[in-house]
Design a protein around this ligand. Sequence first.
Ligand SMILES: *[C@@H]1O[C@H](CO)[C@@H](O)[C@H](O)[C@H]1NC(C)=O
Ligand SMILES: *[C@@H]1O[C@H](CO)[C@@H](O)[C@H](O)[C@H]1NC(C)=O
Ligand SMILES: *[C@@H]1O[C@H](CO)[C@@H](O)[C@H](O)[C@H]1NC(C)=O
Length: 568
Amino acid sequence: MAWLNVAHRKLVKLAFAVFTLFGIISFLTAGPSKPTRIQHNFQRKPLAQSARQHAVKREFYHAWTAYKDHAWMADGLMPLSGSRKQQFCGWSATLVDSLDTLYIMGFDDEFQEAVNATLTIDFSGTVGDCVVNLFESTIRYLGGLLAAYDLSNDVRLLPKLVELGNLLHSAFRTPNGMPCTHCKLGAKDVLLRAPNSASLADVGSLYLEFARLAQVTQDDKYMRTVEFLADAFSRAQNQSSIAGLWPEIVIPSSTDGDNGRFAKGNFRYSLGALSDSAYEYLVKTHLLLGKSTKIYESMWKSASRQIKRHLLFRAFIPPANKADVIFSGIATMVPSGDEPMLETRTEHLACFSGGMFAIASRIFNEPRDFDVGKQITNGCVWAYHNSPTGIMPEALTTLPCSTGDGKQCAWNESYWDQESRRPANCLMADCDKYTFPPGFLQVSDPSYKLRPEAIESVFVMWRMTGDEYWRDVGWSMFESIIEHTRSAYGHASLLSTMEMFDQDRYEKGLMVRKVLARRHDDMESFWFAETLKYFYLLFSDPGLISLDEWVLNTEAHPFRLTPGIRGF
Ligand SMILES: *[C@@H]1O[C@H](CO)[C@@H](O)[C@H](O)[C@H]1NC(C)=O
Ligand SMILES: *[C@@H]1O[C@H](CO)[C@@H](O)[C@H](O)[C@H]1NC(C)=O
Ligand SMILES: *[C@@H]1O[C@H](CO)[C@@H](O)[C@H](O)[C@H]1NC(C)=O
């Protein structure tokens, strides 16, 4: 049988040679595989789930055509009445906010048409007496223009970027250099002043857009402003009543070092309303600039330690997807107090922090923070799955676990019955008849405003793990949201995610009676910019807007990262 042996050996040699040759060829043609720092190393292709992807695209198109037909170039469209709404100086917020989503979803003609319309917006000529909301204008208009430019490289957008950038940058022309957050930027010969009180997010989430504007235009004045602002935040970081965190109200009129009054606007701390993106932007600005400056990293390290210690908690809830969950609450610390008091109220707005902790864990090499992000995300997923409509309310209160060992406490039906029946927990008129689902102690704001934060974190978890679990939970969130919000002219906010009623709806030309939540005549531009974009990307190939090549601003507008300058 010697011949077989020889033949076998030859075959093995041949196979080895072919294998080696193939290896060399593929190395030469493809180069070494791209280093991934944030995203999971996806191998299997294709990974788009086309049926789900198309379903999202269909809903976007439904709302977009309604905007085009009924509110073209208005800031917003009202989804029940079909009327127009002006909100942010009338510069077509929905149009500008939607540009990059049109591009990403492959609506090429609509994108060109929308860019052409955007080029006709006269920001500086029409600002007039408008009180410019600096934060919203920066994240929606400037962020939207930057992303449209970064994706399409359409140079016609550059002059618009500079025009709007300069107008918004003029908000920093104050005696102390801190921004005027709500000012008439069009008024001539008026001295602007930084306010005596502003929300943390309004002042603390401007770095990313102005830094990207500086990179794109090569104009250093924007970067100097960003550095000035970051420096003010860094100096004040340990001066608040919880060192490391900034309170939800800050004092921009005071930055000149008089006992750090800047960080003493009040004594409440959270990741939700008023604060949220001020923490998010530490991580994201490090992503954009981290090779050249460590200031965002060092602010994040102090802040994240205190967030974990004082804001995050475990809740007494029925088992959630067999997974441990974490919620974030609101801490109050009076200057003379010993320990911060934690209010265990969690907000939909704070759901973004799951993705924030997960991304930070990779870029700052803190592997345990990945689990923090995952458990925060699962807390939001739990709230979606357990609400009557399948949608998390704007704000809900849970009971904290009282075990105090940092572990998830066991569910106990009789303890829940006893605690949840207390009259103080009942906000509804008729408490006997109406009870919240197990785990929902109070729902102080039951509405749903078409917000993106939960799906944002689910999307980040999918991109970082490649675990299909996240696409499945995301799909069920999508189905619930569409079921309740779809309306004649787009999609409508919900008055309450906690109650449903018999309602007649037209569907595909037929009247049907369904049990649904009550709607409200409002559709914010972030529905187009963020919520539907995150759903779409969740079901698309992971190479589309890779988190290793793009950073998404707090309005989900992707900015291109520059190798060698980005923070990894
Ligand atoms: C946009 O404007 C360009 C230049 O004026 C024109 O060539 C193009 O046809 C326009 N596209 C659409 C979709 O309106
Ligand atoms: C704030 O305090 C933390 C912890 O003591 C320290 O690591 C950090 O450097 C301080 N930050 C500033 C800006 O002084
Ligand atoms: C559940 O809660 C009830 C009421 O507080 C208590 O009496 C009981 O011991 C608890 N059961 C367990 C298994 O902890």
